[in-house]
Design a binder for this molecule. Structure first.
Ligand code: SF4
Length: 184
């Protein structure tokens, strides 16, 4: 019988949440008995190969490409999990939300006033069509697509990720014990 597929992506994040997935260590052997990884930075598969049972979303939504990725994941996955604080509430990338986008771009490329910036002799804001357009602000992923579960933390601990995945993949309720969801 075909194993359920799990897919992952990182949008505006630091890959720390993916590192936490890998931190489940040898329990990954248990996981690969149950699942097959589909499109993911973990295996470098770039396109969905079929319907996925679970999609893990790291990072916030900051540009038009992230919006398309989220819509694509919602279309291909039965369950979507918002993994980590960037995905859940915007996290560090959302620090820019208090500053108008033009001011952020001017500061980075045109007229830096607060310290080092990119080398940019032309003094223009990059507008190559290959570069995804930034959104007006950074959004938590549940403001873009429906999310089924949230695993907070920066990053969520490997034990929490493993317990949640195991429950979902064995049709058990996701009822994590207190010690897996406290952050002090
Ligand atoms: S939640 Fe933390 S570890 Fe995860 S992508 Fe954001 S900054 Fe990185």
């Amino acid at each position: 019988m075909a194993k359920p597929k799990v897919t992952t992506t990182s949008m505006c994040g630091c890959f720390g949440c993916h590192m936490s997935i890998l931190d489940i260590d040898d329990r990954i052997l248990k996981l690969v008995e149950l699942i097959e990884f589909d499109k993911s930075p973990i295996n470098d598969i770039k396109k969905f190969t079929g319907r996925c049972a679970v999609g893990l979303l790291e990072g916030s939504c900051c540009n038009e490409e992230n919006v398309h990725v989220l819509q694509d994941f919602r279309e291909h996955c039965d369950i979507l999990i918002s993994v980590g604080d960037c995905a859940i509430d915007g996290g560090v990338p959302a620090v820019r939300n208090g500053i108008p986008l033009k001011e952020c771009l001017d500061e980075a490329f045109v007229n830096p006033r607060r310290g080092p910036a990119v080398h940019n002799e032309a003094g223009t804001i990059p507008d190559d069509p290959e570069i995804p357009l930034l959104l007006d602000k950074v959004y938590p992923v549940h403001e873009v697509v429906k999310i089924d579960y949230f695993l907070p933390g920066c990053p969520p601990p490997a034990d929490t990720l493993f317990a949640a995945l195991l429950a979902l993949l064995t049709d058990q309720p996701v009822e994590l014990p207190y010690e897996l969801i406290k952050y002090d």
